[in-house]
Write a protein that binds this ligand. Structure first.
Ligand code: PLP
Length: 481
């Protein structure tokens, strides 16, 4: 097992070792990576974020009474978020470490609101369109809120209002809509969801983690957008990630509530131990002031005009990509993307082969597995630098499709039938590793080509996938020799 070195190493040596670890990482700059990272393409922005981050690195957000700077940063960020999202002077919110934390808090707030206002509910439920982000599932599982999944419209990939209404029971506490959904980049019919929430006296969270920041700029550019923010009656909370399309360093999101009466259910206080009294807005307790300072600095540095300009380029790139993808024989854009997230699928080509071919040419594009109502597909996160690279990317995509075409597309249902004997509840870790080894996968040494393993996962049903991936991750993070 690895031990902390007895003698400390010199500064230069430590930093050089650290830098060397990153050689196999995906590029975070330059427009070759179409997922995970958000590149604005502007000079200075990263430097502003880094310097601000370092300036507040050591301040501790544990206690807002001892760092007035952090209190100010957090309230200013929440206020800017509220005005950005159509909020009035009653809207309040808090800074969080990311979309997941924002969503867990929104679900916790709804659960505790219901405990106070609807004490007859013993088994609270939230209704999720199948397109709602996985973080809601995490929240439900962590917090004991049952998840009721409703299918979305198979053409538009938007929440189905009739199905949602039919799923409401007296245990329902929360409805969820996305603006936009990650997978297909479309906004759910928030106004209709709001009417359902009002009619049934339940809460409605709009997940604007990825779309909330940019949609207002799309509107300014004359694009017709589905109303989604606090101006829509019935919306009670929203989330928006600074570390996505606001181009702030990672660890930055915000969760907002219609008013303080609702937000109070988010706050955690504990005086029931022998130590210092705890009052926390969010999940983390001790935390660096860095992410908050960096977010504040980047927003103030880019400004509305800067963001509008980035959005203009992103919109243009997205339009070129949609046209370009549809021009490639065998590829089809899924739904009608309303922002800059584009998913495309194929009936005739194995998209996982295309992804591997793209990687050989220096492009990282993200696989999304099939799910009832949504075919396996390739997902592109378009950003501020994509405009400069989208023609080159499309040219390579067309080539990669031609390489993959002769191999055809597997019959996923038939392959899936091969897993019929695996009961996710009974499968043992050894079975999982044997399965993986059969596909040439070693958790300690991932292969360059992922088509095999992506195909295997794609053929499995979601419950089996979850068990297999859990075993896989558990193995991946073992002790280091
Ligand atoms: C990214 C995302 C999240 C989760 O955010 P993290 O910052 O990755 O925790 C939630 N909802 C949507 C729509 C997202 O795109």
């Amino acid at each position: 097992m690895l031990r902390i070195p007895d003698k400390g190493k010199a500064k230069d040596q430590v930093l050089a070792e650290l830098a060397a670890f990153g050689t196999k990482d995906l590029d975070t700059k330059g427009g070759g990576t179409w997922a995970y990272v958000y590149d604005h393409g502007l000079a200075d922005v990263d430097e502003v974020g880094k310097q601000a981050y370092m300036m507040y690195l050591s301040q501790n957000g544990l206690d807002p009474t001892v760092y007035p700077s952090l209190l100010r940063l957090e309230t200013e960020l929440a206020s800017m978020a509220a005005s950005h999202l159509g909020g009035d002077e009653h809207v309040v919110g808090n800074f969080t470490s990311g979309g997941t934390e924002s969503l867990i808090l929104a679900v916790k707030t709804a659960r505790d609101w219901a405990r106070a206002k609807k004490p007859h509910i013993k088994k609270p439920e939230m209704i999720l369109p199948t397109t709602a982000h996985a973080a809601f599932h995490k929240a439900g599982k962590y917090l004991g809120v049952e998840i009721v999944l409703v299918p979305v419209d198979p053409q538009t990939f938007k929440a189905d209002i009739a199905a949602t209404e039919a799923a409401i029971t007296e245990n329902t506490i929360l409805l969820v809509g996305s603006a936009v959904s990650y997978a297909h980049g479309v906004t759910d019919p928030i106004a209709e969801l709001g009417q359902l929430a009002l009619k049934n006296n339940i809460l409605l969270h709009v997940d604007g983690c990825i779309g909330g920041f940019m949609l207002p700029y799309y509107k300014q550019l004359g694009v017709e957008i589905t109303p989604f923010d606090f101006s829509v009656p019935g919306v009670t909370s929203m989330s928006m990630d600074w570390h996505k399309y606001a181009y702030c360093p990672k660890g930055a999101s915000v969760v907002l509530y219609k008013n303080k009466d609702l937000r109070r259910y988010q706050i955690f206080a504990c005086a029931n131990w022998t130590g210092y009294t705890i009052i926390n807005n969010a999940i983390q307790s001790s935390k660096s002031g860095g992410p908050m300072a960096a977010a504040w600095a980047v927003l103030n540095h880019i400004g509305q005009e800067g963001y509008l300009e980035i959005t203009r380029r992103t919109l243009e790139a997205t339009q070129k990509i949609i046209t370009g993808v549809e021009a490639i024989d065998g590829l089809e854009v899924m739904g009608k993307p309303e922002l800059c997230l584009v998913a495309f699928s194929s009936d005739t080509i194995n998209v996982f082969e295309v992804i591997d071919e793209m990687k050989l040419r220096g492009w990282y594009v993200q696989p999304q597995l099939r799910y009832p109502g949504s075919k396996e597909n390739i997902h592109l996160t378009v950003t501020g630098v994509s405009l400069e690279r989208c023609e080159a990317m499309l040219a390579d995509l067309a080539q990669c499709v031609e390489v993959a075409r002769p191999k055809g597309c597997p019959n996923w249902d038939e392959l899936g039938a091969g897993f019929a004997d695996f009961d996710p509840a009974k499968i043992e870790p050894d079975d999982i590793m044997a399965l993986m080894a059969g596909a040439g996968v070693d958790p300690a040494n991932l292969p360059e080509r992922m088509a095999e393993i992506n195909g295997l996962l794609n053929a499995m049903n979601p419950a089996l996938r979850e068990v297999v991936l859990t075993g896989f991750l558990n193995d991946m993070f073992g002790p280091v020799a």
